[in-house]
Design a protein around this ligand. Structure first.
Ligand code: ZN
Length: 275
C-alpha cells in the first residue's frame, strides 16, 4: 500500500470537513505515492519521535497535533521548527496529521477517553453532542466536545482516581487537578479533550463536572461558582490515547501494515510527587 491508501482510509472515516477552520489537518509532508510498510502513530511530532521513526524504519508518521500550523518561510536543518520538516524529508518519511476532525468524531479522541474512563469506573454511559443535532447530520459526528451521561452516579474523587489509572495505562504522567469537593456527586459531564476548557466551561447548565486539560485558575473559580466541578486530566493526558486509537483503527483495514504507537513522547509536565 502507499501513503494515499492510508490517508484516504483515515479521511473517509474522519472527514477533513469536520476540522475547525483554524486547524491544519491532513497530509502535510511527503509523497502520496510512497510505498508504506511501517507507520508510527503519535500525539506530537517531536525530534525524539522523528528519531524513533528513523530508527524503527517507519516510512510514515500519523500524528494528532499538526506538525505545521502556519506558513513556513524556510526549511532549514538548524531551524527550531522547520528542522523537523527537513529531517523528515531527508529520511523519506511522510506525515499526516489528524486533529480536530478526529476530536469531532464520536469514536475520536473524546470518545476514546470517555470509553476508557467509564470502563475504569465500571459505569455505562451515553455520549452526545453539545450542539443541537441537525436532522441530516452524520450520526458519527460529535462536534466540539461532548456530554457524558452516566447510568449511575459517581463522585469527583472516584472520577479522578479512575482518570489517573486511564492516564497511566495510556503512558501519560500528566497530573490530574481537581476543583470542587471530592464527594461532589457526578452524573452528567461535559468533556473536551486537550485545551478545550473554553468550550466545556460554557455548557455548565445541568452539568456536574467538566473534564478537559489546560484549565486556568480564575476561569476554574468561575466554573465552581456556576455549579460545576473540574477534573483537569491534562492536555497530554486526555489526548495521548490517540496513538493507540489510530494504530488499532489502521490495523482493522491494513492487516499487513506494521503500526507502532510511539514510545518516545512524554508530557511536557511531570511531578516529583508522582515519580
Ligand atoms: Zn491537543
Amino acid at each position: 500500500m502507499n501513503v494515499s491508501d492510508i490517508i484516504s482510509y483515515i479521511e473517509e472515516h474522519f472527514p477533513l470537513s469536520w476540522a475547525e477552520s483554524w486547524d491544519n489537518a491532513g497530509f502535510l509532508v511527503g509523497d502520496k505515492s510512497q510505498r508504506i510498510t511501517k507507520v508510527l502513530t503519535c500525539l506530537d511530532i517531536t525530534d525524539e519521535v522523528v528519531n524513533e521513526a528513523i530508527e524503527k524504519k517507519c516510512e510514515m508518521i500519523v500524528s494528532h497535533h499538526p506538525l505545521i500550523f502556519s506558513g513556513l518561510k524556510r526549511v532549514v536543518a538548524s531551524d527550531f521548527s522547520s528542522g523537523i520538516v527537513y529531517k523528515l524529508i531527508k529520511n523519506s518519511i511522510s506525515v499526516a496529521c489528524y486533529h480536530t476532525n478526529v476530536d469531532a468524531a464520536i469514536d475520536g479522541t473524546n470518545g476514546e477517553f470517555v470509553s476508557r474512563l467509564c470502563e475504569e469506573l465500571k459505569i455505562s454511559y451515553d455520549l452526545s453532542s453539545i450542539h443541537a443535532k441537525k436532522d441530516d447530520e452524520d450520526p458519527r459526528y460529535l462536534g466540539v466536545g461532548g456530554i457524558i451521561t452516566l447510568s449511575e452516579e459517581t463522585n469527583l474523587s472516584s472520577l479522578s482516581k479512575c482518570a489517573h489509572k486511564v492516564l497511566r495505562d495510556a503512558g501519560s504522567v500528566d497530573v490530574i487537578r481537581c476543583a470542587g469537593a471530592p464527594e461532589t456527586p457526578i452524573k452528567k459531564i461535559a468533556i473536551c479533550t486537550g485545551s478545550g476548557f473554553s468550550v466545556v466551561s460554557k455548557v455548565v447548565a445541568g452539568v456536574d463536572c467538566v473534564i478537559t486539560g489546560d484549565s486556568k485558575y480564575h476561569e476554574t473559580q468561575t466554573l465552581l461558582k456556576r455549579g460545576a466541578c473540574l477534573c483537569d486530566c491534562g492536555h497530554h493526558g486526555t489526548e495521548i490515547m490517540f496513538r493507540e486509537m489510530m494504530a488499532s483503527f489502521l490495523k482493522k483495514k491494513f492487516a499487513s501494515l506494521e503500526i507502532l504507537p510511539s514510545s518516545s513522547e512524554d508530557s511536557v509536565f511531570w511531578s516529583e510527587m508522582d515519580k
